[in-house]
Design a protein around this ligand. Structure first.
Ligand code: ZN
Length: 118
């Protein structure tokens, strides 16, 4: 497969070379299908948001916002995963930390016939 060949994800054309690294990384992870749900977040005074996973934080600098983590992006195509925009956005695959969209999973990660050779 030539490196400058194209692939279509969510109707957009991508150069294979541009997603190759992410796909290679993702193929080494173990993914399971899951519904994306909001998670808790720590919001800094500057506006920076980080996910709250139970870590210690300084309450004078951060505010804990329940369900404040509003979305993630697909590791491969940057598709938005969130609760609000229908199944294409609300169902994806996670390795427990990162997320990929269903389309990338089926197109690049899932083993079997028709898997795109990147
Ligand atoms: Zn994707």
């Amino acid at each position: 497969m030539p490196r400058d060949s194209k692939v279509v994800i969510h109707g957009d054309e991508w150069k294979r070379a541009d997603i190759q690294e992410a796909v290679t990384y993702c193929r080494h992870q173990t993914w399971h299908e899951a519904s994306w749900t909001r998670r808790d977040a720590l919001v800094e005074r500057s506006g920076t948001i980080r996910e709250y996973i139970g870590q210690a934080y300084d309450p004078t600098k951060f505010k804990l916002v329940r369900r404040g983590w509003s979305h993630d992006h697909c590791e491969i195509c940057w598709w938005r995963l969130c609760e609000e925009e229908g199944e294409q956005h609300s169902v994806g695959y996670t390795d427990g930390r990162d997320w990929i969209c269903s389309e990338c999973y089926h197109q690049f990660i899932e083993l079997g016939e028709g898997q795109q050779d990147i």
